[in-house]
Design a protein around this ligand. Structure first.
Ligand SMILES: NC(=O)c1ccc[n+]([C@@H]2O[C@H](COP(=O)([O-])OP(=O)(O)OC[C@H]3O[C@@H](n4cnc5c(N)ncnc54)[C@H](O)[C@@H]3O)[C@@H](O)[C@H]2O)c1
Length: 389
């Protein structure tokens, strides 16, 4: 009989990708998210104790893949307490429920490399930092702080209960167009930027899905562990390479992959002059048996063959979730949505382009998510106050 997996954050990017991919690997997946979508089975919060209890009672859950979170885009719109409730208390609730069920074989927590934050200098004049699991994280915001706290909660519950828990610190994999003002890269250069990042701080969402599957399969033997999940870097750790990466990164790359220049030149692309860090995912490759396929070298080969450098899964997810720039300007987005909807109201006959309408739809979806999240949060608090009264 196929095993049942609970995926939290099942309407989000990674959650969606997992919900789509798991059945082909012989798993039955159920999704929990505050935002409704075709990949979500239970609409509600993992910070809602009665709902989480019900999910574990209704289903024989063998694994939890906990991807749901508040993250960077929410820093502007949510309070620190919201982050603690969702990322720390919500994770604890899920861990304890998984242990209490007595049937959960392993809990996989999706964390982030952004918790390394201040562990390296982003100021030019320093060699690039080599980041592996031995580096002590120094989070720079509430997102990183709550992810570290949740990781510690995972370790505590593992030590006390024996339930295998693995933490996957993934680098960036968001699939949509990024915010131009934040990155300084124009829309037409977004692919150039993302392929550059594959060399040191990005991973394809399909490889992230595979890492979660490997983690489930290896969790029993490993018990506890944290793993960096990032596309394997073409760079090596020697002092000369790390020095070159501070201002002469194309020179360092030319010595390893001279063909990159030809591929980039045909597209009018450039490689970054300076890389401030390099994520090393060797431990995951060795201990989890993870075989990442969408590397920097693979991207060059795909481009040379005139193919998309991304996985099919990444393309499919990007079509579902839309552009990331919508999330990055959330407060302004609310106002903009109001104006756009008013425009729709006043004139049905005005010529609105398809992309304009799609943008409005994105904003509406975002508003729905936020309103549901806030109401679920308030509902949970009122219910617990009622219980205590
Ligand atoms: N996107 C990236 O590039 C990236 C980079 C590093 C790490 N990560 C990690 O990967 C994981 C998935 O990220 P993503 O990009 O798919 O995020 P996402 O924002 O696309 O999805 C997160 C989902 O969690 C849901 N959620 C939030 N609070 C909830 C709650 N209380 N109960 C139930 N659902 C809730 C949201 O509605 C959303 O659908 C996260 O843990 C994140 O920290 C992401």
């Amino acid at each position: 009989m196929c095993k049942t997996i609970l995926v939290t954050g099942s309407s989000g990017q990674l959650g969606t990708a997992l919900m789509w991919a798991l059945p082909a690997h012989g798993y039955h997946a159920i999704g929990l998210d505050v935002a409704a979508s075709a990949t979500t089975t239970y609409v509600g919060s993992f910070y809602d104790a009665s709902l989480v209890r019900q999910v574990f009672t209704d289903n024989d859950i063998s694994f939890v893949l906990h991807t749901g979170t508040l993250h960077t885009p929410h820093i502007e719109t949510h309070t620190k307490q919201n982050f603690i409730d969702t990322n720390v208390s919500g994770t604890l609730l899920l861990l304890e429920q998984a242990v209490a069920s007595g049937r959960c074989l392993a809990f996989i927590f999706t964390s982030t490399t952004s918790l390394f934050g201040r562990a390296f200098s982003s100021v030019p004049g320093q060699p690039a930092a080599w980041i592996d699991e031995t580096v002590v994280p120094l989070p720079k915001n509430i997102y990183g702080i709550t992810k570290i706290a949740a990781e510690s909660m995972c370790e505590l519950v593992h030590r006390q209960s024996g339930m295998p828990v693995l933490v996957l610190r993934t680098s960036r994999f968001f699939t949509g167009q990024d915010n131009v003002e934040e990155t300084g890269w124009t829309t037409s250069k977004d692919d150039n930027r993302k392929v550059n990042e594959l060399a040191y701080r990005r991973v394809d969402i399909s490889d992230v899905v595979d890492a979660h599957i490997c983690a489930m399969e290896k969790a029993r033997g490993l018990g506890w562990g944290t793993y960096i999940i990032s596309a394997p870097t073409p760079f090596s750790r020697d002092a000369e390479t790390l020095r070159l990466l501070d201002g002469e990164a194309p020179t360092a790359l030319r010595t390893i992959l001279p063909a990159f220049e030809n591929t980039f030149a045909k597209r009018g692309w450039s490689f970054l002059a300076r890389l401030d860090r390099v994520y090393d995912s060797t431990k995951a490759i060795i201990e989890l048996g993870w075989k990442p396929r969408y590397t920097f070298e693979a991207a060059l080969a795909a481009i040379d063959e005139g193919k998309d450098w991304r996985s099919d899964l990444a393309v499919k997810v990007s079509q579902k979730v839309g552009p990331r720039r919508m999330q990055s300007h959330e407060p302004h987005t609310v106002l903009w949505t109001g104006v756009a909807l008013k425009a729709l109201d006043v004139s049905d006959s005005c010529a609105l382009t398809k992309s304009y309408l799609e943008d409005v739809l994105d904003c509406c979806q975002w508003l729905t998510t936020v309103i549901i999240a806030r109401c679920t949060d308030i509902k949970g608090r009122v219910e617990s106050k009622l219980l205590a009264a």
